[in-house]
Design a binder for this molecule. Sequence first.
Ligand SMILES: Nc1nc2c(ncn2[C@@H]2O[C@H](COP(=O)(O)OP(=O)(O)OP(=O)(O)O)[C@@H](O)[C@H]2O)c(=O)[nH]1
Ligand SMILES: [Mg+2]
Length: 377
Amino acid sequence: MINKTILVDVIPPDISKEESLQRLSELESLVKTYGGIVVIKVIQKRGIPDYKTYIGSGKIQEVLIENRLNDKKDKASLLIINNLLKPTQIYNLGEICKKEGIEVWDRIDLILKIFDKHAKSVEAKLQIELAAIRHMGPRIYGLGLELTRQAGGIGTRGIGETNIQIMKRHLKRREQKIREKLKHYDLVQANHRRQRRNKDLKTVSLVGYTNAGKSTLLNALTKKGVYVADKLFATLETTVGQLYLPESEKITLLSDTIGFIQDLPPDLIDAFKSTLSEIIDADILLHVIDISDPLFKSKITVVENILSDLGASNKLKIYVFNKTDLNPEADIKKITNTYNEFSPVFVSSEKKQGLSELILKIERIICSLGETLTPSS
Ligand SMILES: Nc1nc2c(ncn2[C@@H]2O[C@H](COP(=O)(O)OP(=O)(O)OP(=O)(O)O)[C@@H](O)[C@H]2O)c(=O)[nH]1
Ligand SMILES: [Mg+2]
């Protein structure tokens, strides 16, 4: 189903115009990836979000009036706020918008829906369900508080409070069950990794912002043929391919997994730990960066911060500046100087340019790790 959508981004007043437009355009890509159509876009500058409704009641009314004036075919049924809202804020906002037939999501709701749409494996589906419970749970508890307050203040049993308690218990039990099931996948993957280590196979893991071209690079370097798309979060599972190193005539393993994004919810990272463990366990990380993206520098920081949260920031890293074909004007000398410590390489995964230099760099680093590699024969 196509959702006509209103986008609202609440940003600090000191943010640059370029960055604010870029944020909104990323949100639009997320909505498009989900299958929605944007009918109204609003940027609100404010230092502190409204504690009741996040965007402030005046602004909501403005947006709702604009929507009312839209033609019937362009009337929105969904409002997405590009931020992480508190349970009571989303509840209050939801109550206001419900009257106009509009549902309210925050950024995390949207990311979870996209994940849900793209997930294929049982493991990925379980991880998403876990993240959704972690994200939605407090909303239900918060709703309980809200109803208690409305029923007459502290000490009064709120309307539906018993139902909320039942729901809370149900979610707790479901969470436990999922965690147990996921443990099984953890063990299977840990076993795979142990087997590789026993064979002395080194692992190189692709990391990077979503849509940077990680899967395209995996396909260009191996025979894996993974799904590539101009969509955010096209990849949600881990794929491991074999990479041939010509100088030493050995093979190494190259793995591709889920991409990162700004404000990736900690619950989601936590839920996807077993998928992300490939990164945590890798010998080398190839940080893939879209050089045609004007905001690539801040995206490098986003990725580095998430790596740091995962405890993987001190790994050997190669910065792979991808999509050079889309930005032939890029100042390669300057970028090389800035990121010198990360052995920068410039490639076009699509046009298969610069790949032999990248392979050589990987090979040199692997050889410098000083352990024997398995012959490819
Ligand atoms: N022009 C050009 N396009 C590229 C290049 N590499 C990737 N792309 C395109 O960029 C888009 C995203 O590529 P993917 O490989 O799916 O990106 P990803 O990093 O795996 O993205 P997620 O899995 O969604 O996180 C696709 O439309 C690719 O065709 C390149 O070197 N040049
Ligand atoms: Mg991918």
